[in-house]
Design a protein around this ligand. Structure first.
Ligand SMILES: [Fe+2]
Ligand SMILES: [Fe+2]
Length: 168
């Protein structure tokens, strides 16, 4: 049985629902990152995305840990938002022949993904604290820190190199 929005009555329900949303999102990201790594040509970008794939596997494990700490079943709910972001990433990159422009597009798509994760984790951390679950908030903070660092790294790669090459 699904977890329908009519089942959400309390902030705790909403916390669990959103945790299942990010759980789904992280799993979709884990599936999509290898395709992006494949398409990337800039070595620093490729390596950065590869590193983040490893981190993403860790994010999934940490979210599972939070389910456990909170005493609820680890399961996913569909998240059309991340599906849309990943679908668009795939479509746009499929339309680009120039390798440098493609790298710039991949960075933009990857940053859209990171920002989605950051907004979800930001909310989850705030709700966990409000619910008195600092244990859950601490685990989720490890995830948001890696998403934020990845986002900053992508900006760096874009501004120092990839955007310049794409504009040539
Ligand atoms: Fe993540
Ligand atoms: Fe991420």
């Amino acid at each position: 049985m699904g977890f329908f929005s009519k089942d959400i009555k309390t902030l705790d329900d909403l916390f669990v629902h959103t945790l299942r949303d990010i759980y789904y999102a992280e799993k979709q990201i884990e599936k999509s990152l290898p395709k992006m790594i494949d398409k990337a040509t800039d070595p620093q970008l490729k390596a950065g995305l590869e590193k983040h794939l490893g981190q993403t596997k860790g994010h999934i494990e940490r979210v599972e840990k939070v389910f456990e700490l909170h005493g609820v079943k680890a399961k996913t709910v569909n998240c059309p938002a991340i599906d849309g972001i990943l679908e668009e990433a795939d479509e746009v990159s499929g339309d680009i022949d120039d390798k440098d422009v493609l790298d710039a597009a991949l960075i933009a798509s990857a940053q859209a993904v990171e920002h989605y994760e950051i907004t979800r984790y930001g909310t989850l951390i705030a709700w966990a604290k409000q619910l008195g679950r600092t244990d859950c908030a601490n685990v989720l903070t490890n995830n948001i820190k890696e998403e934020q660092a990845t986002d900053r790294k992508l900006t760096e790669i874009a501004e120092a190199k990839v955007n310049l090459q794409a504009a040539e």
